[in-house]
Design a protein around this ligand. Structure first.
Ligand SMILES: [Zn+2]
Length: 300
């Protein structure tokens, strides 16, 4: 099951709450549904658990069900009975007037307790979420531009700041930061999905850190090899130069140790010579500086 599907299953199993909250959830579902006008209400469900949840909310709030379930592969729930439509409009303090488009009625959302339920309805009807392993992206889409514009101040008031988007005649709101998505999931009544998102994020961070560390170690290793190669080349030249005989014994010993053991680490060489790592490093630096001024025995 995809993350989005688990999330919707959790929301469909959320407690219904008080009657005012049931109203608010249905309002969110209908607003973001496919069609809602004086003659027709159609919600296309995007999750197998959603029809049963909507049926239960409808029976509790309005005392009746959708007229039919069909179309869109059985996922489309429809009301066209005039009396039922009257009751639906009335439930949200709206009048059923032909040709008038539905706007968001703030009066239907006045109680604080209903905010979560309203957002849950909006998301269940118009929302989806990308697999967070890929990217953090939650979107709520509707064919009605004015609804996204009206939803923005409502969500602002609840503490959320989604971005507006539009493509191919569909308008939407998108959340793109993991923190805001986590908060929104919890707010809608999906604390488990929120927790899962948090865990996925932590795992991704751990993986990134491990990769960064491996890359860093690889770089250090390559740097060590480069340094050894440079020393072998330089000390070899020094050994063949006129300056070699005049060098102090400790420097000669250090250069010979490296030439004899090209693959040895600094610690191993230091141990062979019976000195500390920093002392050996010091000698190597001196040798490299000398090498810069030594007169090569072969032409360059
Ligand atoms: Zn309420």
């Amino acid at each position: 099951m995809s993350f989005s599907s688990r999330l919707k299953a959790e929301l469909c199993a959320a407690p219904q709450g008080k009657m005012c909250c049931v109203t608010a959830e249905l309002y969110g579902v209908f607003l973001m549904g496919q069609t809602w006008n004086a003659e027709l209400l159609r919600v296309v469900t995007t999750h197998p658990d959603l029809p049963a949840r909507l049926r239960a909310l409808m029976l509790r709030r309005l005392g009746f069900e959708f007229d039919e379930a069909g179309g869109h592969g059985g996922r489309s729930l429809v009301i066209h009975d005039a009396k039922k439509l009257d009751a639906v409009f009335g439930a949200f303090g709206l009048e059923r007037i032909a040709g008038q488009s539905i706007h968001l009625n703030h009066a239907a959302l006045e109680d604080n307790c209903c905010r979560s339920a309203f957002c849950r309805g909006v998301f269940l009807s118009g929302g989806s979420m990308t697999d967070p392993e890929k990217k953090y992206h939650l979107e709520i889409l509707t064919p009605h531009r004015h609804l996204t514009r009206e939803l923005i101040p409502v969500l602002h008031e609840y503490g959320f700041e989604p971005k507006q988007t539009s493509r191919g005649g569909v308008y939407g709101l998108i959340f793109q930061s993991s923190e805001s998505i986590e908060d929104f999931l919890t707010f809608m009544g999906a604390p488990l999905a929120s927790l899962e998102l948090m865990q996925i994020k932590q795992m991704k961070e751990v993986r990134n850190n491990v990769n960064r560390q491996v890359n860093c170690e690889t770089r250090n290793f390559v740097r060590t090899l480069d340094a050894a190669a440079r020393q072998i080349d330089g000390f070899g030249r020094l050994r063949r130069s006129r300056e070699w005989d005049g060098l102090p014994e400790p420097l000669k010993a250090a250069a010979l140790a490296r030439l004899e053991a090209p693959d040895a680490s600094l610690s191993e060489l230091a141990e062979t010579l019976g000195i500390g790592r920093s002392a050996l490093n010091h000698r190597f630096r001196k040798l490299e500086a000398l090498n810069g001024v030594c007169s090569p025995s072969r032409p360059h």
